[in-house]
Ligand binder design. Structure first.
Ligand code: IPE
Ligand code: IPE
Ligand code: MG
Length: 261
């Protein structure tokens, strides 16, 4: 069989797989720890930054796939609070890539009806990135399709500490009683306040850890790990993760009704 006809066949089956996914029910919120850019580059003898550059293609492809499949929210872990400790040229390159992405992709995001928001500490971001994020969020705010949520200078622990501080201020000011603080009240002060918890968390690159991502929100999230490095992660891997999710039984600590007697 020629390579062309093989490609056509796999395109056909990818489409069938995606149609099946849509019929079976798509997770409302998918979060991704996009990991392995540096190792992808190192394998080729290239600088780590080349991996980050190639990773942008995967970002573009997965945003498109998530929108096409009807995912409600896609949260991408792009830069952790701990990532500030990386060498300055790498940090600068990452924010330059973010800036370029926001400038170059805004029209495409608009055409695809994508909304944009970010979580993380906004004060830590470079001024230019903060301005571009603000402009893009504003311009895309009227859209009604996929919500693209980018985690930047994000730390799950810092998010919870920040929420606790906000609540402590309200208690100190007499606007809230300590006894009124429950899950809902705490959630209302998280950076994800208006976003439901993820149904599915994907991590690429073979690492099986959370790395300080959405610590509160993933209490009952389904986890899916793949050895594929982020720059190699594409639509077919995303579909594979969604298929795996569809086969899971989520019990939330309860028993299935068929097993209660
Ligand atoms: C993920 O890839 C991107 C960021 C954390 C910003 P890495 O840069 O962590 O790549 P590895 O894990 O070193 O291969
Ligand atoms: C997690 O990846 C952060 C992002 C993907 C943005 P890291 O590469 O920073 O995490 P560790 O160091 O492997 O835990
Ligand atoms: Mg990494």
């Amino acid at each position: 069989m020629s390579e062309d006809s093989q490609d056509l066949m796999s395109e056909d089956s990818q489409e069938l797989i995606e149609q099946h996914i849509v019929r079976t029910g798509v997770p409302a919120h998918v979060a991704i720890i996009m990991d392995g850019n540096g190792r992808w580059a190192a394998q080729r003898g290239w600088p780590r930054i080349a991996g980050h550059q190639k990773g942008v293609d995967s970002v573009r492809e997965i945003i498109r796939a998530a929108g096409d499949l009807g995912v409600g929210t896609l949260t991408l872990y792009a830069f952790s609070e701990e990532n500030w400790g990386r060498p300055e040229p790498e940090v600068n390159a990452l924010f330059n890539l973010l800036d370029t992405f926001l400038i170059q992709e805004k029209d495409e995001l608009m055409r695809n009806n994508v909304r944009l928001c970010t979580i993380g500490n906004p004060d830590a971001l470079p001024d230019k990135s903060r301005r571009l994020i603000g402009e893009a969020c504003q311009e895309l705010s009227g859209n009604t399709g996929l919500l693209l949520n980018i985690a930047l200078s994000y730390s799950g622990r810092s998010e919870i500490v920040h929420a606790c501080r906000e609540l402590a201020k309200l208690v100190a000011g007499g606007q809230l009683a300590a006894d009124e603080i429950g899950h809902k009240v705490l959630e209302s002060k998280l950076w994800t306040a208006s976003i439901p918890s993820p149904d599915l968390l994907i991590r690429t690159s073979g690492e099986q850890r959370i790395s300080n991502f959405l610590l509160w929100q993933i209490a009952y999230t389904e986890l899916w790990f793949t050895p594929v490095f982020w720059p190699d992660f594409g639509r077919k891997h995303f579909a594979e993760a969604l298929r795996s999710f569809q086969g899971r039984k989520r019990r939330y600590g309860l028993v299935q009704s068929s097993q209660t007697s």
